[in-house]
Ligand binder design. Sequence first.
Ligand code: ARG
Length: 468
Amino acid sequence: MRGTESSNKMWGGRFAEGPSAIMREINASIPFDKALWRQDIAASKAHVAMLGAQGIVSTGDMDVISAGLDQVAAEYEAQGVPENWDLEDIHMTTESRLAELIGPAAGRLHTARSRNDQVATDFRLWVRDAIDQADAGLAALQRALVMRAGEHADSIMPGFTHLQTAQPVTLGHHLMAYYEMVRRDRSRFADARARMNECPLGSAALAGTGFPIDRKATAAALGFDGPTANSLDAVSDRDFALDYLQAAAQCSLHLSRLAEEFIIWASQPFSFVALPDALSTGSSIMPQKKNPDAAELVRGHAGRIVGCLTSLMVTMKGLPLAYSKDMQDDKPPVFEAAGLLGLSIAAMTGMVADSAFRTERMRQAAELGYATATDLADWLVREADIPFREAHHITGAAVKLAEQQGVALDALSLEQLKAIDARVDERVFNALSVDASVASRASHGGTAPDQVRLRVAEAMAALEGESL
Ligand code: ARG
């Protein structure tokens, strides 16, 4: 029935009573923070062990509480975490279930702590795991990139600037560019992990506690390097989540760029790659279609991940010390970003590992795109002592002629080239082929196949070194 006394006429239809029902719903974080249950139990077990060791609770209570927490964990594992809005969040849900199981001793668990340091600790533990997962996924992506780069150290393709054919490069070189991006992503995640690895537990509500706790013990038990130094900062700091999201956002940009390459390469006018069937979809109306949906979604997900970063930044902006309830909104963007990032990394790893590269087609595109025009100009400068601007002009005339004839530059005859400029001689053909062009770019980090093989070998050694 609509519009009862206690519910608002405009929006009260679904509420049995007035504001308290709204309060319950807006307040409840259990629908999403139940994802923290493992971390919450681990932190509680570390806390109660410390309380027992310090004589703040009896060893008898400590044992009962610890065993009770194990039982709650087993229930969550088997049946999931119950969602009761009245219990607000994972912390109260767990404590309430503990009380049902072990009775009044459960009330001693919350001695010398607050939900403020509890949630800060749980969330750090969760983010730390998310970083480790991202790192493992990115290592797998790097291995796929390096494998394919090694296979294609000699495969020639057009290199682009402005998405216009610029100079020939090797596919191996192109793939190794993404290896480098991922290397930096992993280093950003590692930085974030090192910076966040301090334990807030024991900061209590905001000011610390009068109980004789041992913060070093709980920090060590939870794998932190040590306790945080300032209780006000510790309960209100979400830099660790922002560091994670920034690393995730930047990583997602790289994944999006790689996805975009595959989308372009898979389109028929390019036909540089056949995507794995397992990562493509068909069209319900056009039977010939094989759509790069996974790559497109990776590209799309980057937008959402950047949105998650923006969301938490704006949430934190302007919050005074210490804890404010706004901070409960820290979790959904981090959880969402982590899920999207994990999928994106996995999709791109599969795409790199299992795509079939059409190397003949790539090579042909490099040849017909006059990608070696710079090599001709450079040859004229080097061998015929012609100023670069003039060489550029002569080369332009050669490209125009080749274009008119529909052939590659090195398919022009010596007579045709000499007619454009008499200083050309037969040695020019050594510079005009796409193979000669890439082989010549042997500067450190250049596209020459030997350089690419060196970088691949270094990368393989680095990846093997870390899996030891
Ligand atoms: N569910 C809360 C959160 O996620 C836990 C902290 C609540 N603290 C408080 N003083 N109300 O932020």
